[in-house]
Ligand binder design. Structure first.
Ligand SMILES: NC(=O)c1ccc[n+]([C@@H]2O[C@H](COP(=O)([O-])OP(=O)(O)OC[C@H]3O[C@@H](n4cnc5c(N)ncnc54)[C@H](O)[C@@H]3O)[C@@H](O)[C@H]2O)c1
Length: 253
């Protein structure tokens, strides 16, 4: 029996491949969860769902902009109609910006907050009533090492991911009485489309970060997917409000 047998999971940002949402959705499905895969890129989310179905799983894909409260209401409504419950929410969709604070425009700063922080807030807020209805649930929010460390060129991104980190702890405390856990995952440098773009736009920053990884290599999407799986499953039933670093040791230095 799979580690998530009988559970329903929603993962945002599942289109990008290689990407953390895509790898996570497929990993959770491989352990028996029924999946809702969403993304602004509707075709990409559908490809992720198709891969799950091809492997013998069950999945529903939906177009979603995580910044839109209306989209969240529709996605949670369709999740309830199709599966009747929601046990796991993974707020993964995100965008990245590598720019010094001098070069970052107010609009760019706001966009980082909107997608990375407000998108996560809306996801949790909209999903909670359905999770509370079954008296249990696990929420996993994707933060970053940049959510706690000062890293050159990441001020707007760090502001949003730092917000995700502390908001996660508040959500955990507020919802423990409902049997709902909430934890954040802090990836270091993981080889995805986001990281490829960030690396090509800032080679110097990439080299400095690579030198700062004690395990001496970038992570793979499955390194994150496995950590999400643990926090999503009942194996972590006594863990809430933590920040889990999956970063090859970057944060430990
Ligand atoms: N890759 C890394 O090294 C790394 C490190 C730290 C944190 N993270 C975080 O992990 C998460 C996933 O990162 P990734 O590397 O897989 O990124 P990615 O760019 O490869 O994938 C992100 C996905 O989010 C989707 N998306 C973007 N904006 C959206 C929106 N408004 N609504 C819905 N979907 C939207 C994109 O279409 C894409 O499919 C992000 O939150 C990112 O900040 C990644």
């Amino acid at each position: 029996m799979g580690r998530l047998q009988g559970k329903v999971a929603l993962v945002t940002g599942t289109a990008s491949n290689p990407g953390l949402g895509h790898a996570t959705a497929r990993r959770l499905a491989a352990e028996g969860a029924k999946l809702v895969t969403t993304d602004m890129d509707e075709a990409g989310a559908a490809l992720c769902a198709a891969a799950i179905i091809e492997a013998g799983g069950e999945a529903l894909s939906l177009r979603q902009d995580v910044v839109s409260a209306d989209d969240w209401a529709r996605v949670i409504g369709e999740t309830e109609s199709r599966f009747g419950r929601l046990d796991i929410l993974v707020n993964n969709a995100g965008i990245h910006l590598t720019k010094s604070i001098d070069d970052t425009t107010p609009q760019e700063f706001q966009r980082q907050l909107d997608v990375n922080l407000v998108g996560t807030f809306l996801g949790v807020k909209t999903a909670l009533p359905l999770m509370r209805a079954s008296g249990a649930g696990s929420i996993v929010n994707l933060s970053s090492v940049a959510g706690t460390l000062g890293i050159q060129g990441l001020s707007a991104y760090a502001a949003a991911k730092g917000g995700v980190r502390t908001m996660t702890k508040t959500i955990a405390v507020e919802n423990a009485c409902h049997g709902i856990r909430c934890n954040s995952i802090h990836p270091g440098m993981i080889w995805t489309n986001m990281m490829m773009q960030a690396a090509s736009s800032a080679e110097a920053v990439k080299d400095a970060l690579m030198a700062a990884i004690p395990l001496g290599r970038m992570g793979e999407p499955d390194d994150i997917a496995n950590a999400v799986l643990f926090l999503a499953s009942d194996e972590s039933r006594y863990i809430t409000g933590i920040e889990l670093y999956v970063d090859g040791g970057m944060w430990a230095q």
